[in-house]
Design a protein around this ligand. Structure first.
Ligand code: ZN
Length: 248
């Protein structure tokens, strides 16, 4: 089984299109969506429609999906994120608002084989940013492989049978493969499709091949200027356009 994993699309249709084109050529059997379909970008409805059409095997909600759909307030958001959340909420169709509101909370175990979560498997809103978070999160995961998002930074963490932790943050690679060994547990963030923050502006995604026991993290270029122009034209905070070019 080959799973395509998409996280943190954030209403960036150009990035999502590029990822779907590249991954179609690589072949996959099922799609997993790790939350934050909307927020920041200018195409919330087109992105939600596209994700709905993918017929994902499993999908969990992200914090921006909760705020945009009115499940949560924007108290913890910075002013930029708050403005984008308000704009997104006003732009979404009633059908897409309902869809986002009904998305399940993570973590979810899929096909008894792979776990997905927006933030940590400990808590859907918890950012995994340090070794201690990764260690606690891997220990809490119910599957040997857990895919998560939320930080917008590609990361692979492995805990072996002796509970030793190894973390890698692949940078600048068009592809980065992790071979899964049977005695270890893994926590892997594919990075963000629509708003990468690791200094690499290319869209990020992953394919988890559970037959070959390999997870590959990919980066693909997309027409950033087109996504930026839509953000500026929509009257969203200009920084949300500029940061796409910096990958920050
Ligand atoms: Zn996000």
């Amino acid at each position: 089984m080959r799973y395509l994993a998409l996280s943190d699309i954030h209403s960036n249709l150009e990035a999502l299109d590029a990822v779907l084109r590249a991954s179609a050529a690589q072949r996959y059997d099922a799609v997993l969506v790790l939350g934050d379909l909307v927020g920041y970008g200018a195409d919330p409805n087109a992105v939600v429609d596209c994700v709905r059409n993918l017929g994902a095997r499993a999908i969990v909600r992200g914090n921006h999906d909760k705020v945009a759909s009115g499940l949560d307030n924007a108290e913890d958001f910075n002013p930029m994120a708050k403005a984008a959340a308000r704009w997104t909420r006003d732009s979404l169709t009633p059908q897409n608002l309902d869809y986002l509101r009904d998305l399940p909370a993570g973590p979810l175990v899929v096909d008894g084989a792979i776990e997905i979560s927006h933030g940590s498997p400990l808590d859907e809103d918890l950012y995994v940013v340090a070794d201690i978070d990764a260690a606690r999160s891997i220990a809490a995961a119910r599957s040997a492989l857990c895919l998560y998002g939320h930080t917008h930074v590609a990361l692979t963490a492995r805990m072996d049978g002796q509970r030793r932790l190894e973390i890698e943050a692949p940078q600048g690679h068009p592809e980065f493969a992790v071979t899964l060994d049977a005695g270890s547990k893994y926590l892997i963030n594919p990075g963000s499709v629509g708003q990468p923050r690791d200094g690499d502006s290319r869209a990020a995604y992953a394919i988890a091949d559970l037959d070959r026991m390999v997870v590959t993290l990919y980066r693909v270029a997309y027409p950033i200027e087109a996504a930026q122009k839509k953000i500026l034209d929509a009257g969203l905070p200009p920084m949300l356009a500029y940061r796409l070019g910096m990958g920050r």
